[in-house]
Write a protein that binds this ligand. Sequence first.
Ligand code: C2E
Ligand code: MG
Ligand code: MG
Length: 683
Amino acid sequence: MPSPTEHDLSQALERDEISPYFQPLVELTTGKLTGFEVLARWKHPVRGMIPPDVFIPLAEKAGLIGRLMEQILRKAFAAASVLPDPLSLSANISAIQFRDIDLPLQIAHAATQGGFALDRLILEVTESALADNLQQAREISMRLKELGIRLALDDFGTGYSSLRHLQALPFDELKVDASFVRSMDHTRESRKIAAAIVGLGHSLGLITVAEGIETQAQAEMLLWLGCDCGQGWLYGRAVPAEDLPGILARETLSPRIEVLAGDVSGSPAGRMEALPAQRLAQLQAIYDGVPVGLCFLDTSMRYMSINKRLAEMNGAPVADHIGRRVGDLYPGMFKIVGPYIRRALHGESLSSIEATYSRPVPDGRSRTLLLSYEPVRDEASEVIGVSVAVVDISSRKLAEEALKESEDHYRHAVELNPQIPWTASPDFVEIDVSPSWQKLTGMSSEEIHNHGWVNAVHPDDMERARNAVGAGIETGTPLDLELRVRRADGAWIWIRSRGSPRRDAEGKVVRWYGSMEDIDDRKKMAQALIESEALLKAVFDAVPVGIVITEAATGRVVISNPQAEKVFRRPVIMADKIENYRNAGALHPDGSPMMPSEYPLARAIVTGNPVGPEEFLYRGLDGSDGWVSATAAPVRGRDGQILGGVVALLDIDDLKRERQALLDRISELERQVLGLRSPLATE
Ligand code: C2E
Ligand code: MG
Ligand code: MG
């Protein structure tokens, strides 16, 4: 199909076939919508969609561009009535139009007609549009600015004399051309150009907008570079006016990128390129000042930078290193560190490697270094070198030993109990204890030394404590002591002190490590429990009532008191079963033996209700009978479940016999009285 002609285009304008589409613009850090770019679309009834790259040049050539812009803007402003303030509209302006001094007024007219505020309008101009007549362009730009319209320099980096335009015209925005964004993924040069454009835009105080962002990786890279806004298929394609409400309903158009552009720490080299010189000077000072040797090696293992500390360690000035290979400068050292550098260049991060080698100059003594290698990546995660950190630890062996000991100490104390950690010399003459000890006892650390600690111990516990510590000193037996110490307020409290010795290679004790904990509450509670149990037992044993408690499941006797044995006239053995009472047991009134299940206690357990008092004859092991009164009740657990039963027993034999004797005597008397009266009665 032949390309459309000027005639076709003019017809299209008459038939209203050209419409604006809207492509979202977003803030890179948040993914939030900032506005839309207006892009012209020609919906041809036969040819279908004709792209602007085809019909814009045609319109310019045919002198139809003014009409076209007028049509596009009119429709765009009408559609923009759904856009809330402050969302902006960016419209493209042709090169030819930028020579027309009436342009500002035409645009202002269209915007006013469409009810769109001019300060929300951005006009995008490509560099080529400005090339011919910069003076004229300047004048038009100034007028547009006076109206409140903002200006963007489009497709930056593709035209020529770009920098001159930037300097000459009052731009607000710089649009990084999509060609750089597209190739950022694969070529470092594109990344460098993109970084430079963003940096340039920033240094001129312009908002930077990247065009043609299609992937998240591109968006992240641009964010690292400090680019403000973005546009591209990642956020959305150009859509017709009727689709605008749908886009507006979405809060953000892309996942938020977590790393903020303002955060310099840990940022890759890409961000550094945008840093001002001052910041770099500060970083340089830190770099040289840290008590660690640092350098950066490139992929060929050349020193790209080295700090003063490391240069000193190497025994050569900083300048002698730069650009030279590690292997060429220090072949001896390279034999050892070379493999690590290579691994780091393959992306592995290596830390705290201890390496020992002979010093090349001047005394030839061996030295030990602690080395870390960290791959450095650029914005595309490509390894571009290795960052090396070096600490000379050969002269620090002693310090390290001390460090290790204190680390051990700490670890040990934590393992035991962190409350009051202590350490002691093998003879316990020198004791170090945490300040909480002083707070607890009011005893200063000097007062503890030379066995002064015993003065804090309760007199009754002193000997035990001395012996335990003595045994520890003699044999190295770990300590585990419960003792009372005097609190600052004079009260005695229980503590538990545990400790164990650390030994050297020969097994000799080098130091004791331990900790104390306050067990006063626990100890007092246990003590109180023992005391109340004893009291209960005493009461239990002394009451003039026989008491037997049995377990529900088996009927086994759990506990009984001496009075119960007296009542039964036989020993009640703990754990004795009620069944064993069969031979010697309770009797029915007719003298036949009661089944264990008929016992008051058994009935109380089974029914869950109190039983009695009930009187019955009990036959002892010796065959003699005695009267017993029993009152039984179930014993319930917290949840109401029956755990067992308790029976209280009274020996009522004497009482019963006395009463019987009394009854007998009464009936005797009665008979006599009746006998006396009967003659009267018969009279
Ligand atoms: P531009 O102003 O640089 O617009 C950006 C172009 O990139 C648009 O192409 C847009 O659809 C495209 N684009 C946006 N995101 C992506 C992406 O992620 N990937 C790719 N591959 N492309 C993306 P479009 O709409 O074809 O416009 C082409 C050019 O035509 C525009 O470039 C602009 O210079 C010009 N143009 C468009 N509409 C008008 C207009 O109304 N007036 C004038 N004078 N020129 C216009
Ligand atoms: Mg544009
Ligand atoms: Mg562009």
